[in-house]
Design a protein around this ligand. Sequence first.
Ligand code: OSB
Ligand code: MG
Length: 380
Amino acid sequence: MIDDLKKINIRSIELRRISLPLVTPFRTSFSTETHRDILLVRVETDDAVGWGECVSGNEPLYSNEYVEGSQQVMIDHLIPRLFAFRSRAMSAHDVAQILRPVKDHRMAKAALEAAILDAQLRENNVSLASHLGSIHELVPSGVSVGIANSLDELVSTVGGYLDEGYARIKLKIEPGWDIEPVRVIRKTFGDQVPLQVDANTAFTREDGPLLAQLDPFNLLLIEQPLPEDDITGHALIARQVRTPICLDESIVSSQVAIDAIERGACSIVNIKAGRVGGYLEAVRIHNVCQQRGVPVWCGGMLETGIGRAMNVALAGLPNFTLTGDISASERFWKQDIVQQSIRLESGQVRLPSGSGAGFEIDGPFLSDVSTSTIRLRSED
Ligand code: OSB
Ligand code: MG
């Protein structure tokens, strides 16, 4: 990925908050979500408009970021740094460097970089997929299935997704909802269904023997069993289970990805642009994993069509050899805020091909669901 794009001049940055109900509650080991309060970034340049989506949750439960905090750090610390950039003409590839003095807040940084990149690519008439280096037109679509109220309910939910054609099922697990759900899904739907589990940090270093009970079910992977800062603990677990260990929350940069791989903490990496500070860092993680023979897949954070389109573009890179959590928009939303909602085509989703991330906003619907708008202008 080389930066051969014509630079842009940012005129204004708008922070738009929207409220969207989920079609069904989404329960993980850390929360039950019924609606999302989403922060969108709209960047206006001389000749284009670009959008980015911030994946911070309503509460700081997945990581320390949360939507209100992301908005505040953008207003007080990140956007002023972008506006102060001396030469004015900027590339999205400069953004991470400009924002580096501010520690962490990767989801906020990622949303700003995404909006700037989208605008810059639209000015350059280049698609995000081709800029990132995607080689596919379609990628298989997986679905993340929340913790259910009962095993019967889980079977009926998973059955519905398989009928829709999803290429891979991911079950959320937690202590007490771990071996049994997997056994029941395998028994009901057979050994051929590509299946994996995600613990979102809910287990401990003592749970190696328990997690090894998942081995007979031939899962693709176990995602993030232990807390995010416990790299050594994951290496200990990886020696006790045959199923590959995949990290999500722990991998916040390409440097951490290298460390985790070299320490034997994971043999697969989940990549989420928001978690790592942007799509450009996501590509770097893809590359360091590829160089070390570690396959990656694209995670999701209940995105609207904005983040979803960008995730599909990323998932077309060559080392995304495992199916990602990029389901159709309708898996989460009754109506999407973009005109080109993500649809399932025989279990796959199509990479956007227009310039930038390839979508057009549904303006009237966006207005309907907006709860606040803050517009910041670059001083001339
Ligand atoms: O751990 O992958 C996760 C959603 C919110 C926060 C964390 C995670 C998830 C999911 C949903 O699993 C993935 C999706 O957007 O489809
Ligand atoms: Mg996860």
